[in-house]
Design a binder for this molecule. Structure first.
Ligand code: ZN
Length: 110
């Protein structure tokens, strides 16, 4: 059993790299996340280069009740799977599907 109140500080101490905008493919400069954050700032919320869960190495995840958000089935670490962006000059959002695990700096144990 994983205790995220232990695992989050453990992974914060590891200094995992943050993702960059390249995780979303070739979206143009100036693309904004639906939250209003820049592509780079939005991407930095996630761990770079992590397919399995950064906490336990698990590869299975389950949806939560929040749209587009999943958790690792083994330890409960959070990931976002659906991402919505607005390209410059466009009036409709573009969605990108990618399993991105939240960086430990973005999480707080309950
Ligand atoms: Zn996990």
């Amino acid at each position: 059993m994983y205790d995220l109140s232990v695992e989050i500080p453990r992974l914060q101490a590891e200094g995992l790299p943050h993702a960059d905008a390249s995780v979303f493919g070739d979206l143009p400069v100036g693309t904004l996340h639906e939250s209003g954050k820049s592509l780079e700032k939005y991407a930095a919320q996630f761990v770079a280069g992590h397919d399995p869960c950064p906490c336990c190495g698990g590869v299975y995840w389950a949806w939560t009740i929040q749209h587009g958000v999943a958790i690792c089935e083994d330890c409960g670490w959070m990931a976002r799977v659906f991402h919505y962006f607005r390209k410059p000059g466009e009036s409709k959002d573009t969605s990108v599907q990618a399993v991105l695990w939240y960086h430990p700096d973005e999480l707080r144990a309950r």
